[in-house]
Design a protein around this ligand. Structure first.
Ligand code: CAA
Length: 390
């Protein structure tokens, strides 16, 4: 039985900061951001959007296309949770009018949460093949202003419908994972901004990539280049995809492909992240959407290698086979139109939005409407978040 991603849809906020603007303000050569880390723009999240609205905005087109019948599981992966108790998936169940005979939960392991969710969803569908599962991944990447992490901020959400008749990507059962208890990136409950040891986290990302690959290779017997047509990596910044691929080639004793071949293998998956910045849990699936939407040739029957990394840390290398006719089930035009129609913000507007503090004293609050998708956070009343459809 094939199990995998039936539909995949991506959403990012309607405001964006050009990293050249940030570089000028910080007195940094813009090439450091654009070439050195490989980022051009980062999504800026207006006060009336949060992970719930981002995910609901990602899921709506997918549900409008596929219907809501037999969706028995909604898993929401995030490290930007809005409540310590209620799962973000429950808010989405209401907003998206999903069936009430449905399990709704939230999952966390830094940027890895969506991969664990996808595997759990696949296991449920394997046990009950007439049912479907919705995996939502949404995050807002925030670091301190003027910190090294600042240019790697971003935001976005991915929604994936998992079924036993996947029209987009059938997951291979073989997978390789690796975990280690480390402190490379974390966010204590009292902070809105993540703490990170950037160089260490990059080193651990690359180390765990090799461990996860080794376990995947042992499980699948597949070769790096002969068996994988493209690769999607977790993308805290896009340059890491090149570093990752180089590491894998070196570990396998494969000569590094030419620059043209490297770009052909990696670039289509990087296009969206370069424009949104880090979307944490959603990242590797944003990369998959970007690859499917933008690969120049047809990918039917081709195997994609995927690497998911969550700080703390958890890593998994896995793969899937693109299904025949996948192109007609993508949201390519909507994704491109969304990215092209974003409103650029000035540095001042970015800083104002960054510092816009939702009251933490429990006071009621009403949010002015900003540009965005169909769902927004209207306000907080009696400690309850009030969402609305526009
Ligand atoms: N022109 C071209 N390139 C330039 C340049 C210029 N003028 N100036 C610098 N560069 C290059 C540097 O040579 C370097 O390239 P290499 O890594 O290939 O040597 C690159 O730009 C970055 O320069 P620095 O290392 O000096 O940058 P930095 O000290 O400001 O830190 C960072 C970069 C570590 C990524 C930092 O942005 C950071 O901490 N980000 C947040 C954490 C992070 O993204 N960690 C990644 C793995 S953890 C993870 O995956 C989980 C997650 O999502 C957070």
């Amino acid at each position: 039985m094939k199990i995998g991603i039936d539909l995949i849809s991506f959403h990012t906020p309607s405001y964006v900061l050009d990293l050249r603007t940030l570089a000028e303000k910080r007195g940094v050569d813009p090439d450091k951001f654009v070439i050195g880390i490989g980022q051009e723009r980062m999504a800026v999240v207006p006060p009336d959007q949060d992970i719930v609205t981002l995910a609901a905005n990602a899921a709506l087109p997918l549900l409008d296309k596929a219907g809501r019948d037999n969706i028995e599981l909604v898993i929401f992966a995030t490290e930007s949770g809005v409540d310590q108790s209620k799962a973000a998936a429950c808010f989405c169940q209401g907003l998206l009018q999903l069936p009430s005979a449905c399990r709704c939960i939230e999952v966390k392991e830094a940027c890895y949460g969506a991969t664990a969710s996808l595997r759990m969803a696949a296991a449920m569908v394997a046990a009950r093949p007439h049912t479907r599962a919705l995996v939502l991944a949404a995050d807002i990447a925030r670091y301190d202003l003027a910190s090294p992490g600042e240019p790697t901020q971003g935001a976005g959400a991915v929604a994936m419908l998992v079924s036993a008749h996947p029209r987009v990507l059938a997951l291979d059962p073989e997978t390789g994972f690796y975990t280690e208890d480390i402190m490379d990136f974390w966010r204590p409950n009292y902070r809105d901004e993540a703490l990170v040891d950037g160089k260490y986290s990059t080193r651990m990302y690359l180390t765990t990539l090799l461990e996860a690959w080794k376990n995947y290779k042992a499980a699948s017997g597949r070769a790096l280049l002969a068996d994988h047509a493209h690769f999607c990596f977790h993308l805290p910044f896009t340059k890491i995809a090149y570093k990752s691929f180089e590491r894998l080639c070196k570990a396998e004793g494969v000569p590094l492909p030419s620059k043209e071949e490297l770009d052909r293998l990696l670039e289509p998956a990087l296009l969206y992240n370069r424009q949104t910045g880090n979307t944490y849990a959603a990242c590797v699936y944003e990369a998959l959407a970007s690859l499917l939407d933008n690969a120049p040739g047809q990918l039917d029957h081709q195997r994609i290698g995927l690497f998911s990394y969550g700080s703390g840390c958890m890593a998994e290398f896995f793969s899937g086979v693109v299904q025949k006719g996948y192109r007609q089930h993508l949201f390519t035009d909507a994704h491109r139109a969304m990215l092209d129609s974003r409103t650029p913000v000035t540095y001042r507007q970015y800083e104002d939005i960054f510092n816009y503090g939702v009251p933490k004293d429990g006071a009621d609050h009403v949010f002015a409407p900003y540009r965005g998708g169909p769902f927004r956070l209207a306000g907080i009343k009696d400690h309850k978040r009030r969402y609305e459809a526009k």
